[in-house]
Design a protein around this ligand. Structure first.
Ligand code: FPP
Ligand code: ZN
Length: 335
């Protein structure tokens, strides 16, 4: 049994977890870098093979986590160039892995990897831009791929990738913004589509889109920040919607959203740090969604990025819109 094993409880009518006194409270950097290196080198594990459908994002989570710890020599640029170029499709878009279809999720991850390892000039940028432009619908919304499922996540992916490639002018920005504003609810939050329930991940995507397009003044920051601040549970962890359990990735979606609004001090930092550090696996390294659960690269990136927003323990400063270090973004950093 793991020392950090958490007991799920629903005291005070609120789903939450208990944090053991023996849970880690400092950042276990060397364990995390060993965890990431091992994760990407053991390509026959069930965990690795079964996540092929999201591989490009998986690689971004690993590369991003290492960059936050200022570790750059653990993987070669050549290896990443081969992986990314091997996933560009005829449509210009990039897929999760060879043999899969292109999608805006993996296209953004590929662009982020190329920015971190400085090989954007090796990409077929015109092809990527054509694929992203093609995803916009007449009402300003974006589909994720040729099947055109609509989601504000995809709006963020397209605009973030175009911004990083200096090609934001390719799509209809006023229409994109109009669509995002239609996805805002009366509670101040945003959903996947007009009328969908508020969700912290979607709020991040919509505020990120408004930050990229310079239109943040179109939202009332107080109302949205109130909804976000109410995500903090007694354990210190943040959930993504009312009555859900806290999850370390929401440390990112919620805190980054608050940071974009300039209201990061609306959460209790001490309790937040306690929750995130308790989600570390002190045997294998890596972060899990909740204390005692299995770690994975996704929660490892967002755990470290959350701690960076809290300015903990020499982690590289992170940009709240792109979840990339300010160091690699340079003058492209927005927040
Ligand atoms: C929760 O998803 C998270 C979201 C909806 C936001 C996802 C954002 C992106 C894919 C854009 C890329 C972001 C960055 C930082 C590069 P979930 O499916 O885990 O939700 P659940 O907790 O409700 O299951
Ligand atoms: Zn999560």
């Amino acid at each position: 049994m793991k020392l950090t094993e958490a007991k799920k409880s629903s005291e005070n009518g609120c789903n939450d977890v208990d944090i053991s006194d023996r849970a880690p409270s400092v950042v276990l950097r060397s364990l995390h870098s060993a965890y990431i290196t091992k994760y990407l080198s053991r390509k026959t594990t069930f965990e690795y093979v079964s996540s092929e459908y999201l591989r490009m994002s998986g690689i971004f989570w690993c590369v991003g986590a290492m960059d936050l710890m200022d570790k750059r020599e653990w993987i070669t640029r050549d290896e990443l160039v081969t992986v990314v170029l091997g996933c560009q499709k005829q449509s210009g878009g990039i897929s999760a892995a060879p043999g899969h279809d292109a999608h805006v999720l993996y296209t953004l991850s590929a662009v982020q990897i190329a920015v971190i390892f400085d090989f954007v000039e090796l990409l077929d940028v015109d092809g990527i831009v054509a694929f992203l432009k093609e995803r916009q619908n007449e009402d300003g919304s974006f589909g994720g791929d040729r099947y055109n499922e609509i989601d504000t996540r995809f709006t963020f992916c397209v605009l973030a990738a175009l911004y990083l490639l200096n090609r934001l002018d390719t799509v209809n920005i006023p229409k994109a913004v109009e669509h995002v504003l239609k996805c805002q609810n009366i509670d101040g939050g945003f959903g996947t589509r007009p009328g969908s329930e508020s969700h912290a991940g979607q709020i991040f995507c919509c505020l990120g889109t408004l930050a990229i397009t310079g239109q943040l003044e179109l939202v009332d920051p107080t109302k949205t920040a109130e909804w976000l601040a109410q995500r903090q549970c007694d354990s210190g962890g943040l959930n993504g919607r009312p009555d859900k359990l806290p999850d370390v990735c929401y440390s990112w979606w919620v805190m980054a959203s608050l940071a974009i609004l300039g209201k990061l001090d609306w959460i209790n930092r001490e309790n937040m740090k306690r929750y995130i550090t308790a989600c570390q696996d002190q045997e294998s390294g890596g972060f899990a969604d909740r204390p005692g659960d299995e770690p994975d690269p996704f929660h490892t990136l967002f755990g470290l990025a959350g701690l960076s927003l809290l300015e903990c323990e020499d982690l590289e400063p992170v940009d709240a819109v792109f979840c990339m270090t300010k160091r690699v973004l340079g003058d492209k950093s927005l927040c």
